[in-house]
Design a protein around this ligand. Structure first.
Ligand code: UD1
Ligand code: UDP
Length: 364
């Protein structure tokens, strides 16, 4: 049997690496299809290197576009590639447009599919990712969840419980694997940062797409930089708009290209504070015990608040929240990490997939 992993965007690479490694260890025949949704070397190649992902079988080079244009290119490209390779299982990750397109094509071709990071919900359909999550989970045959809450959300949407496997968080597996390589000092020095600094990453459409939202956010971020020197590895989505709103290199702010996985997590590990709207970064700061302020009205990852170091803030509240976080340092409210965020999610997923490929009946 053949398993195809469909990957397109930066967070997909991080989530897939432990699954690919564990399936390889079980001798399962597999390949990666890169959709080309992310294509800059710093958004793609560097992750294949840092995470030791094998070369993709194909790169569809779909590139950027409106949701309709990008998704349409993904549908056409993936249909051709699935028809050519005839996989027994398609595995998709997270909630990006590549995830949505791959699950839809697999469903229409009658190819079984698995969704890694199923069942996350922000209950905010204004987020493109929430739409992608709902459709992906509705069409998946195997659903791998990172948090126990997911099962109730999936059940409420009519997903049969026997399809759902609570396996923990493969993004945290990748973090565990990288941990020995995470060294803040040389990266901070290379970027001209002092030993006490903060890191910000911002790319949600609601924060960076409109000039008004970008201005409000940048004003708040610059206020944080008055309190602690700040480095902003800038996602290409917000590069122009955030610069126009005033986020430019200055005495207390360094605006740099996106960083590779090991460099970025090295910086986060040594940071006094992280400001983000990323999904994955909320989880990584939870594990690393770094205070995190998430500039969003909601999160699909509430466990990072109840078991972690994360807090939701508005731009208006960001400066005062930064004061408090810098004064308090890191503390996890529950004193314990989220269940099964233990570095072994990839092997759990691989075991379920291998058993499924052998035709074992996994239903209760
Ligand atoms: C996508 C995901 C988002 C995820 C993020 C991770 C969707 C709908 N959104 O958002 O959930 O959090 O990836 O980073 O799938 N661009 C480049 N170079 C690249 C890639 C993108 O310059 O290599 C620029 C282009 O101007 C493009 C814009 O970034 O139009 C947005 O890229 P896109 O993949 O559509 O969405 P992201 O904002 O990256
Ligand atoms: N990341 C990185 N370099 C950066 C910013 C983020 O390597 O400059 C990593 C981050 O550690 C995490 C992943 O990219 O593993 C998250 O991707 P992103 O924030 O783009 O997507 P999201 O999680 O919001 O979907």
């Amino acid at each position: 049997p053949l398993v195809l992993h469909v990957l397109g965007a930066r967070p997909n690479f991080v989530k897939a690496a432990p699954v690919v490694r564990a399936l390889g260890g079980l001798g399962v025949r597999q390949g990666i299809i890169h959709t080309g949704q992310h294509y800059d070397a710093l958004m793609s190649d560097v992750f294949f290197q840092d995470l030791a992902l094998p070369e993709p079988l194909a790169n569809l080079a779909v590139g950027s576009g409106t949701h309709a244009k990008q998704t349409a290119a993904l549908l056409v490209g993936l249909e051709e590639v699935f028809t050519e390779h005839d996989p027994d299982l398609v595995v998709v990750y997270g909630d990006v447009n590549s995830t949505l397109a791959a699950i839809l094509v697999a469903a229409k071709l009658g190819i079984p599919s698995a969704h890694v990071e199923a069942g996350l919900r922000s209950f905010d359909r204004g987020m493109p990712e929430e739409v992608n999550r709902i459709v992906t989970d509705a069409l998946s045959d195997l659903l791998f969840t990172t948090s126990p809450d997911a099962l109730q959300f999936l059940a409420a949407e009519g997903v049969a419980a026997h399809k759902v496997h609570f396996v923990g968080n493969p993004m945290i597996d990748s973090l565990f694997s990288a941990m020995p390589r995470l060294d803040p000092a040389p990266v901070a020095e290379r970027l001209g940062l002092p030993s006490r600094y903060a890191v910000a990453t911002l790319h949600r459409p609601a924060n960076v797409d409109s000039p008004a939202a970008a201005k409000e956010l940048v004003d708040a971020v610059l206020a944080v930089a008055e309190r602690v020197p700040l480095v902003v590895p800038i996602h290409p989505r917000g590069r122009t708009r955030l610069a126009e709103a005033g986020l430019v290199d200055g005495p207390t702010v360094k605006v740099v290209d996106p960083l590779g996985y090991v460099d970025f997590l090295s910086l986060v590990r040594g940071a006094a504070l992280v400001v983000t709207d990323s999904g994955g970064v909320q989880e990584e700061t939870t594990m690393l015990g770094v205070p995190c302020l998430t500039v969003r009205p909601n999160t699909e990852r509430p466990v990072t608040i109840t078991h972690g170091t994360n807090r939701l803030v508005t731009p208006a509240l960001l400066p005062s929240a930064a004061d408090k976080a810098l004064a308090d340092g890191a503390a996890t409210p529950s004193g314990e990490l989220p269940p099964l965020w233990d570095g072994a999610a990839g092997p759990r997923i691989a075991r379920v997939i291998a058993a499924w490929l052998k035709g074992d009946n996994l239903s209760p």
